[in-house]
Design a binder for this molecule. Structure first.
Ligand SMILES: Nc1ncnc2c1ncn2[C@@H]1O[C@H](COP(=O)(O)OP(=O)(O)O)[C@@H](O)[C@H]1O
Ligand SMILES: [Mg+2]
Length: 279
């Protein structure tokens, strides 16, 4: 067996330490990037979220006026004032629920592993994009299987995948002039996998685009970052699944991802890969 000199050992040790630092920095940068793209994704929604917040807040203001009017009556109308105050509480609760949903998606959180009902995760995302859907006059159809097994993973990251796919679909359709704008989201399961499909009726994917969609920084949008799909694919793969794209029939794009149901997933493997998650 070959003996190493002290000098060689010292060099290798120093090198290993450097490599560890470099890896740690890369991981840090990747997590920052993932967070940034999540914030960018939410940025697309700010207009419609502002609208969703404004509604309960103006209702609260109206109810506050009402309650002070009831109290200024001679004699003060306590019961009516109490009702108006109760309405203020409900309005404010509604506003804070909107903020909570956004905050959950945007905050920097350590990776988690939960047992997730994908249908619930989708419905929550649909409430977040609701304003954007209305603004772009898009018809939404959901077909969620009612016997969907649960999957293992990080709820926020999987929601990030859905959010990206849905925002891409909305953006793809926002330029359509007279054809129908339809977003169809469906879930189904086989013995091996839980599958989610996002279909739109936008311009679809050219053969050229299909080649490059998932590459980092590939974008055809003037202010696109081109990281969305690349991050989506990494997240899905970290969950032991796969993500792919096809042409939708008769028109548009079809993105699908499939995850192993908990009883078939290698849970330890998924937990381990999320523990060192890049996104
Ligand atoms: N639903 C879709 N319909 C048509 N093209 C799409 C769709 N989703 C993604 N693409 C194409 O893939 C590219 C990369 O998407 P993505 O990685 O999310 O980055 P970005 O949205 O910042 O451009 C888009 O610029 C677009 O050309
Ligand atoms: Mg995108």
């Amino acid at each position: 067996m070959q003996q190493f000199t002290d000098k060689q050992i010292e060099l290798v040790t120093a090198f290993a330490a450097q490599a560890t630092i470099a890896l740690e920095i890369t991981r840090q940068v990747q997590m920052e990037l993932a967070h940034a793209t999540r914030v960018v994704a939410m940025g697309h929604l700010t207009g419609s979220l502002a609208h969703e917040l404004k509604q309960p807040l103006s209702a609260a203001a109206v109810n506050a006026d009402a309650s002070s009017l009831w109290l200024m009556r001679e004699p003060p109308q306590i019961e009516n004032a109490k009702q108006s105050v109760q309405r203020i509480i409900e309005d404010v609760d509604r506003a804070s629920a909107v903020i909570d949903r956004v905050h959950n998606l945007v905050k920097k959180a350590a990776p988690r592993t939960d047992t997730i009902n994908i249908n619930d995760a989708i419905l929550e995302i649909m409430t977040v994009v609701h304003g954007e859907v209305v603004k772009n006059r898009i018809r939404v159809q959901t077909q969620l299987s009612d016997s969907l097994p649960r999957v293992r993973g990080d709820r926020v990251r999987l929601q990030q995948v859905m959010l990206n796919l849905i925002i891409n679909a909305i953006q793809a359709m926002s330029g359509l002039t007279d054809s129908i704008r339809e977003l169809r989201i469906s879930t189904e399961s086989t013995k091996e996998e839980v599958r989610v499909a996002v279909r739109d009726t936008g311009p679809g994917l050219s053969a050229d685009n299909l080649q490059q969609l998932f590459e980092p920084f590939f974008t055809t949008k003037p202010s696109g970052m081109g990281m969305g799909l690349s991050i989506c694919r990494t997240i899905v793969e970290e969950h032991g699944g796969r993500l792919w794209a096809n042409e939708n029939e008769p028109q548009g794009a079809l993105f699908q991802f499939a995850l192993p149901p908990t009883d078939r997933a290698d849970l330890d493997q998924i937990d381990a890969s999320l523990g060192t998650s890049r996104y």
